[in-house]
Design a protein around this ligand. Sequence first.
Ligand SMILES: O=P(O)(O)OC[C@H]1O[C@H](O)[C@H](O)[C@@H](O)[C@@H]1O
Length: 323
Amino acid sequence: MSGEKEKTSAPSSSPYVEFCKGVNGLDKVILRESRGSSAEVYLYGAHVTSWKNDHGEELLFLSSKAVFKPPKAIRGGIPICFPQFGGLGTLDQHGFARNRLWSIDDDPPPFPTNTLSKAFVDLILKTSEEDSKNWPHNFEYRLRIALGPGGDLMLTSRIRNTNSEGKPFSFTFAYHTYFSVSDISEVRVEGLETLDYLDNLQNKERFTEQGDALTFESEVDKIYLSTPTKIAIIDHEKKRTFVVRKDGLPDAVVWNPWDKKAKAMADFGDDEYKHMLCVEAAAIEKPITLKPGEEWKGRLELSAVPSSYCSGQLDPQRVLLGS
Ligand SMILES: O=P(O)(O)OC[C@H]1O[C@H](O)[C@H](O)[C@@H](O)[C@@H]1O
């Protein structure tokens, strides 16, 4: 073991990182960047529940009916799906990481690519006795959540196999990001056209996406395979484009429950499907396998940029190839 110190007292806050209590007294961390952007993270699930730009506008969707009560996962923000995406295995839906209380990682190993950001927090989740009954592996999962100087939100996961008796393990993974959008029928997703996907609504059958950028007029639950590192979500009404950059995460899930499924979810408002879209950077089709001592890294970087595009006039190459 690496000899981490167990957290014994509340960590001290700074102008960039505030440790406080959130809904139902759950531990929360608020990150603030000097130009005004912010993010909120619950230790329960290492769950980002808010990301605001420097005008204080919320960029993530969080359901008004979200339940902040373990063991229920929080509906909205960025749930972490680990070590299993969806029902693809023997564990509960989306694995256990989103339902566990994470700790502050006081002494994380150095990051090779350090940002200039002072607004970041390091969290850690390790094997518990309870979880090892269903998933008999030793792991250390370190997650750094950082706000970049321009307000970008960056999540870096480092997952290590700490099994002592030479056993490899495999997992699937997703950053289950819920983006806030003005009106789902005005949204386009670019970067996934012409790719193969598994359709969760049709027994995970494999299809090829045809034609142009994705638009939405009914329920969607697709796992796009071998996707580019950059995906754009264009919100025409808000004149805002989200750019998702990802590394180590070949797949991308696109999910909107639409009206019927929305009504069936207790922690989701009947009409809220109109104002959210999940685009989830993921590793699903080919599970990640780690030998003892090996570490995997999966990185997500989100930015929100103003866009003045009108419907149909967007040049996808400009969004996707621009830096
Ligand atoms: O209700 P949850 O367990 O949070 O899952 C919400 C959704 O997550 C993913 O996007 C899956 O592809 C969907 O099939 C699932 O409905």
